[in-house]
Design a binder for this molecule. Sequence first.
Ligand code: CA
Length: 234
Amino acid sequence: MTITDKNKVRAVLFDMDGVLFDSMPNHVKAWRGAVAEHGLSMTREEVYMNEGRTGAGTIHTLAQRCWGRNATEEEIEAIYQTKCALFNTCPEALPMPGASEVLRKVLDRELLPVLVTGSGQRSLLDRLNQAYPHVFRPELMVTAFDVRQGKPYPKPYLKGLAKAGALLHKDGSPLLPEEAVVVENAPLGIQAGKAAGIYTIAVNTGPLADQVLTDAGADRVYPSMQALAENLPL
Ligand code: CA
């Protein structure tokens, strides 16, 4: 698929972890350490395959594989608490190389950057503003607090279209899917972008094969945010 009419595009919807911040290595360390403490195992690839899923959903998947049953509420709570505690001991993730160049080009082309993340970290806004000053407006951020059904469901990206439309359209109607582009790194995020009907660019910043991202529905795959900055198809 190509972008049918790039002159129609008004907004670029950015995922955060693995796209704007190089935070996935911290998630890998925290997930693998936490599940090992509770008698489960998880490969690095599995962390990337589950990226975007809720903590409980991820833990059920592992429990099914390792124990042949779902995890109990208590197990989920204990494992997820350990995961968060380990994550908080990790060094703060750095901005993803190439991301500020992508954002600069998006702004130069008078496109609206919108954040669409499943993360609910309270410090999110501060970190974004520090790393990318004056890029993301608070009214153009979709976080864990905005939607109940996260990725791979289309809701987060549909909410992104709604927030961009509220700002750009006089009548406040949502942007149409063809008026936006999604930038994602994870299979479940790509599925969410495609389920919302939006052209979805994948940047392969992790260990998965490009084919995994293509199979998830990505319209184009770039090896890095630098590569996307150099070849932005907008
Ligand atoms: Ca991501």
